[in-house]
Ligand binder design. Structure first.
Ligand code: PMV
Length: 337
């Protein structure tokens, strides 16, 4: 069967997904909005081969952990079931960015695997079906399928997928990610989703999200940066308030989940200071210490200079993105590769 190579970018949530209504089928409790990060790429090749005794998976030239291999095989199993084939597959995957730094390699990874895998299995799924399937691998992966800005509709039944809100060229927003040395994440996002409803503030967050979604959606469509930035910043804080006030069932010694490191807080203060000084920049945070800074194109050089001055003290590194493409096939060939 043909070897198919697809690429996908991780995505940054502007309105976050936090809390699931179905832990197995990765169905979220709320809609979310994201933008693909052009500066980071996962490239994945899949080839089904009837002579294999099991799936073979290589990540960045090495054998990945047992846990990662099991997740990949489970996803290939879904693809085999859809295509009605039984052959195992060889999967080669490469990330252009380090894993475990707070940029979701699981999102770009499962988006690229879904597209390359379905094509290699002879399927031609549309964007919605691909997004739904990618979601089963990792929830937020469904948002890496459409190009540019995406909105993931939570839905009420089994169906839940992301659709395009605006193409990448709609807005040359600049996203500067400041990341730190990979640290083992104490609490995975899966555990975070599971624990979220235990926060006494979770219901309040869900109630407020309708307004936040409407504001962010409109701000993206109208390229209203000031409105977008403040809404996105407050939204990130809302997620972290929930995390900090959640109870993790398996770890009763924890009073809450803290994803921040001292550098995270230093950057939050720096952003507030830069704005007071006239540099319009906003931050957002996911389930880790990395900080994503947003600014408009005309402020990119000033932001890079301001962050650059802090890096020697903070010890962080930078990744610069603009709104990125969705998942796409880059090579489709017959036989061995
Ligand atoms: O897709 P998951 O299970 O890794 O969850 C992603 C959670 C956040 O990154 C914190 C928010 C989001 O919407 O991407």
């Amino acid at each position: 069967m043909p070897a198919v190579t697809a690429v996908a970018h991780p995505n940054l949530a502007l309105v976050k997904y936090w809390g699931q209504r179905d832990l197995v089928r990765q169905l979220p409790l709320n809609d979310s909005i994201s933008v693909n990060l052009s500066g980071a790429t996962t490239t994945t090749t899949v080839q089904f081969d009837a002579t294999l005794d099991e799936d073979e998976f290589e990540l960045d030239g090495a054998r990945p952990t047992e846990k990662a291999s099991t997740r990949v095989s489970a996803h290939l199993e879904q693809i085999r079931a859809l295509a009605g084939i039984t052959a195992y597959a060889r999967v080669w995957s490469h990330n252009s960015f380090p894993t475990g730094i707070g940029i979701a390699s699981s999102a770009s990874g499962f988006a690229a695997l879904t597209l390359a895998g379905t094509r290699a299995a002879g399927l031609a799924l549309d964007s919605r079906a691909l997004s739904s399937l990618a979601r089963l691998g990792s929830g937020s992966a469904c948002r890496s399928i459409p190009h540019g800005f995406a909105e993931w509709r939570a839905g009420t039944g089994e169906e839940s997928y992301a659709v395009q809100l605006a193409p990448p060229e709609h807005w040359d927003l600049q996203i500067v990610t400041v990341y730190f040395d990979p640290q083992p994440k104490a609490i995975s996002s899966l555990e975070g989703h599971r624990a979220a409803p235990s926060s006494p503030f979770f219901e309040a967050r869900l109630q407020q999200l309708g307004d936040t979604l409407a504001t962010v959606r409109r701000a993206v469509l109208e390229r209203d940066f000031s409105t977008l930035g403040m809404a996105v910043e407050r939204e990130a804080i809302s997620l972290h308030l929930i995390a900090m006030s959640s109870r993790v069932a398996e770890q009763p010694q924890l009073s809450g989940i803290y994803y921040w490191q001292p550098q995270t807080l230093a950057l939050i203060h720096a952003v507030q200071r830069w704005r007071a000084e006239g540099l319009e920049v906003y931050f957002t945070l996911d389930a880790g210490p990395a900080v994503h800074l947003l600014c408009e194109a005309q402020n990119r050089a000033a932001l890079l200079e301001a962050v650059g001055a802090l890096l020697p003290t903070l010890g962080g590194r930078l990744l610069v993105s603009t709104p990125g493409m969705g998942a796409r096939v880059v090579e489709e060939g017959e036989g061995e590769i």
